[in-house]
Write a protein that binds this ligand. Structure first.
Ligand code: NAP
Length: 281
């Protein structure tokens, strides 16, 4: 039987220390740490994510500035709001909730956020720094995964790590972080051949593909560490991950549950990045 990696408990622990850091910032700088959250349109899932981010800010003692633009907001409206937030000294981090409405060019809008306020770690400069193993702001979800490994004493050094999924927000930065931590890394995607065999070679398997219970026990090596980033719905509409948890937990040494694994860490790492950005300002 495997050890469950408790993301909820770790997230809570981190939030306590972030709260102390936020207080320290206020004492030394005479102002609160600020995070601007920009939502464009009415996507219900995005509205929930934004609400949760604002709630996390309150918990940690970060002042949130919330902006809600209409679904048909123009490119100019969004860019000029970002310009204002860039100029605002009390805003240390800017987050534009994705996805944006189709008529807006996501890349152009994200490029408008300067690297030092890009608390999502999505801009080319921050991603480039990560690729070169330099100090930077790291995308929240993979950063959270690294914190979980650290907390449980799992050192990627010398290990075979397989990342299933190559998205810009999870798979690619995850692979770079594991590489920077001296793992030997393979990245898999929808065109990968012999997927079962590649996954079964992993000492550390990180799965981020968005397919409910896709990873079955035969894809996992005995004693592997399995990190499930997926947030999916099973046949009964219940929240589940990309890993068939019940079957895989019998083989893994460590495994993250869904819910209660990677999910709670993501927003906490956004708070972490905002605190970092504020102290670096
Ligand atoms: P994404 O942008 O849709 O990327 C999915 C990746 O999986 C792609 O690289 C795709 O390959 C690959 N893939 C899809 N089907 C595959 C298959 N059958 N075999 C092998 N590879 C396959 O997804 P994402 O944004 O990275 O998110 C992935 C999952 O993580 C989703 O469930 C999402 O909800 C979840 N998520 C959770 C958190 C959290 O906080 N817990 C944060 C972010 C995302 P190609 O590149 O070849 O298309």
């Amino acid at each position: 039987m495997s050890i469950k990696i408790d993301g909820k408990a770790l997230a809570q622990e981190l939030r306590v220390s972030l709260r102390e850091r936020a207080l320290e910032f206020k004492k030394t700088r005479g102002t609160e740490i600020g995070l601007a959250v920009v939502l464009v349109g009415e996507d219900p899932a995005s509205q929930v994510y934004v609400r949760n981010k604002i709630k996390a800010c309150e918990e940690v003692g970060i002042k949130s500035y919330s902006y809600h633009l209409p679904q048909d907001a123009s490119r100019e409206q969004v860019l000029s709001l970002i310009d204002e937030l860039v100029a605002e000294e009390n805003v240390h981090g800017i987050l534009v909730q994705l996805p944006l409405p189709k008529h807006l060019n996501e890349q152009e809008i994200l490029r408008h956020i300067p690297p030092k306020k890009d608390v999502d770690g999505f801009c080319a400069e921050n991603v480039g720094n990560l690729a070169m193993n330099r100090e930077t702001i790291v995308a929240c979800t993979p950063f959270g995964v690294m914190k979980m490994l650290e907390k449980y004493g799992i050192d990627p050094k010398g290990k075979t790590a397989v990342v299933l999924g190559r998205s810009n927000i999870v798979g690619k930065p995850m692979a770079m972080l594991l590489l920077n931590a001296d793992a030997t890394v393979t990245v898999c995607h929808s065109k990968t051949e012999n997927l079962q065999k590649v996954c079964a070679s992993a000492d550390i398997l990180v799965v981020a593909i968005g397919k409910a219970k896709f990873v079955t026990a035969d894809m996992v090596k005995e004693g592997a560490v399995v990190i499930d980033v997926g947030m999916d719905r099973d046949e009964n509409g219940k929240l589940c991950g990309d890993v068939d948890f019940e079957a895989v937990e019998k083989k893994a040494s460590y495994i993250t549950p869904v819910p209660g694994g990677v999910g709670p860490m993501t927003i906490t790492m956004l708070m972490y990045n905002t605190v970092l950005a504020a102290f670096r300002s």
